[in-house]
Design a protein around this ligand. Sequence first.
Ligand SMILES: [Zn+2]
Length: 358
Amino acid sequence: MFAIELLPARHGDALWIEYGDAEHPHRILIDGGPSSTITRKAIESLIADRIGAESQREHDFELIVVTHIDADHITGLLKLFENRSIVLRPRDVWFNGWDHLPSDLLGAKQGESLSAAIVRNRMPWNADFAGRAVQVEDTGALPSLDLPGGMRITLLSPTRQALAALRPVWKREVEKAGLVPGQAAADERAKQPDVLGEKPLDPKALAAEPFENDPSEANGSSIAFIAEFDGKSLLLTGDARADILSAGLRRHLQERNASRAQLSALKVPHHGSRNNLSLDLLSLLDCERFLFSTNGDIYQHPDRVAVSRVITTHDGAGLEFNYQTQFTQPWESRRVKRKFHYSTRFPADGNQWLRVEL
Ligand SMILES: [Zn+2]
């Protein structure tokens, strides 16, 4: 068994992975969404129902990954780690905190708080990397490891350069005393009238729109990796940059002596932003299922350009969304489906989130 659940994390990510024996699966938790009651309840109910009921195993999670410090990924985990009524026993926590960025300055507010919570809870921290940064070196083999239960992990992002680029940003954020960079512009964008849905979808033209790389240092520092189990393979990306993912994949393909990565599913980077899913990246993979985690708030993800790039390059693609929104609903169009041979999937009626069995 190998399954990923896209929890209701609003515009962010909260991903619950299980693998191994269906009765007593191993688990990986990736990000915890933004500060949101519904996300917190979803995670806490899963912990209570699935882990609470289990006879005491040494570790409840083989891995908890904080891909990067943006609020829509880190805040929910911070709340969880600070909740003293829940005791977690992860085998390791992957999180590139201030100590892992080459500098001696104080760290960003939430990063500092999360770091403190990890230490206070006596959780292992980047132990798989001997306490150092979770990062890909310029040369040598990509970092890979085998988790208990037979899950193989291969790290693709971040690079050392991407982590270094985060440093001044983190510093600035602290100096601004609690303001989130990019929020003002995002709020402005959100105020602008929504023009989606007025024009009929034209995926061919949309896919051909020029690609511009995501300039965010925080996103560029995202931890991204391939998780392989039982012949299935899942690429987890956080909000990673397309060029870093492509470079990591090229190294991976070279190591495996393959031309394209065979993926069972891709957690589409950055909630389906057009700036994180390039045609170059898509050309490096054969993938059946594309998973989108977002409710479209603030940034109006997934972007129709990103979805168009998927369906014009991957015949028979399955688009799987954890929310029905004005940004995902247009892809239900029978006309577009007939023309581009893809399918869509949403949470079943009455379900708050999407479970994907690989
Ligand atoms: Zn995000």
